[in-house]
Design a binder for this molecule. Structure first.
Ligand SMILES: C[S@@+](CC[C@H](N)C(=O)[O-])C[C@H]1O[C@@H](n2cnc3c(N)ncnc32)[C@H](O)[C@@H]1O
Length: 343
């Protein structure tokens, strides 16, 4: 069977690309070939894909259906029901929560998972999110090559670098980023020109990478983060934009009135930070803020009042505080969109 030989690190990117074109042979495994992998191609796949080599290999068929079938170690029956049945995969990094009781078996669990998932290069235990930078505390359980957690991800066709062991990144917010594009498009239409966007809590820039592909609506992009690792990846992901390592709370002194659209993605402190960020917005014209906050379900109206209070010196054209999902019992994750004119 024909297989596409791709660099190991790009396996998940190519697997997704082949699947979305109908070129992936379903039901067959991916060969591990050292620094490369061999992805099985369907009959309809073209004879040339980029400059990649195609090789004939025996199709990989049956094998364990689930990684739990690969665990050789004798995990006591009483503990087997604690085996984690779900995990996250960010690029080629698998992240799994291991219950305390299974800690002695965590290495075997990591090895079983990496053997089961050909697109994975490393498996890490997730010991929770820590600090102001909201970074996961990861412990490597198994790794095929380096133990680095830097990896490339694809989101709605955009490819960028992240590092789940050093910076915040959540693929779960991908739909919010689509709404940001919509907001940027509408604002550009209203103003009749290209707009500038500032994301002072940019992480690795997942909200901005898609905007770089829309030069007809987006002009300057200002991206920063206080986490130096995030700032380094920002520069890698947004090479031709204004990126920096900076505290959002003092950024307006460096970049006064730089943007038409401001993103405020710091959910635990979003509303309190707004007054410090207003100086980033242009004056005397419509501008927009899109923010995300975590607040008690019964406080949605209070949040709206607090935002209006912060904007008392501006003309508020519209203000929406919308519940997006439940964050914890009685706590909501909300999206905020304000259109205003600063005087
Ligand atoms: C919830 S994350 C959002 C990251 C990114 N916008 C995304 O959607 O993936 C918040 C980010 O704010 C950064 N951060 C926290 N406090 C900050 C501050 N005072 N100034 C700038 N960045 C800050 C963190 O390092 C983190 O990357």
């Amino acid at each position: 069977m024909r297989h596409l030989r791709v660099p190991r690190r790009e396996t998940s990117l190519w697997r997704d690309k082949l699947a979305s074109n109908g070129w992936l042979a379903e039901g067959h495994g991916i060969h591990k070939l050292g620094e490369f992998t061999g992805i099985p191609l369907s009959e309809g796949a073209p004879s040339k894909i980029d400059e990649l080599e195609m090789i004939e290999l025996e199709p990989l068929t049956s094998g364990p259906k689930h990684w739990t079938e690969r665990i050789s170690e004798d995990i006591p029956v009483a503990l087997r029901e604690l085996l984690p049945m779900s995990h996250d995969q960010i690029g080629d990094v698998i992240i799994v929560k291991i219950p305390d009781e299974l800690e002695p078996y965590s290495k075997s669990i990591g090895e079983a998972m990496i053997a089961q998932h050909p697109s994975a290069r490393i498996v890490c235990a997730d010991n929770g999110v820590k600090g102001n930078f909201r970074v996961r505390d990861l412990a490597v359980l198994a790794a095929d090559e380096t133990e680095s957690t830097r990896t490339r991800v694809r989101e709605h066709g955009n490819v960028f670098w992240t590092d789940p062991g050093l910076v915040y990144y959540s693929p779960r917010l991908a739909n919010e980023r689509l709404e940001t594009i919509e907001c940027a498009r509408n604002l550009s239409l209203k103003l009749g020109r290209r707009i500038s966007v500032c994301d002072p809590y940019a992480g690795v820039g997942p909200a901005l990478v898609p905007l770089t592909k829309l030069p007809e609506i987006v002009d300057e992009i200002y991206a920063s983060d206080l986490n130096p690792h995030a700032a380094e990846l920002l520069q890698l992901n947004l090479p031709n934009q204004h990126t920096r390592c900076a505290d959002a709370l003092t950024l307006s002194a460096e970049l006064p009135e730089c943007c038409d659209l401001l993103l405020v993605n710091l959910p635990h402190d979003c509303i309190e930070h707004i007054p410090h960020l207003l100086g980033l917005l242009k004056k005397g014209q419509e501008v927009a803020i899109r923010g995300w906050a975590i607040i008690p379900a019964e406080s949605l109206q209070d949040a709206e009042a607090e935002i209006r209070n912060h904007l008392s010196k501006s003309e508020v054209l519209s203000l929406e505080v919308k519940s997006k999902k439940s964050y914890a019992s009685n706590i909501e994750y909300v999206g905020i969109e304000v259109h205003l004119v600063r005087s």
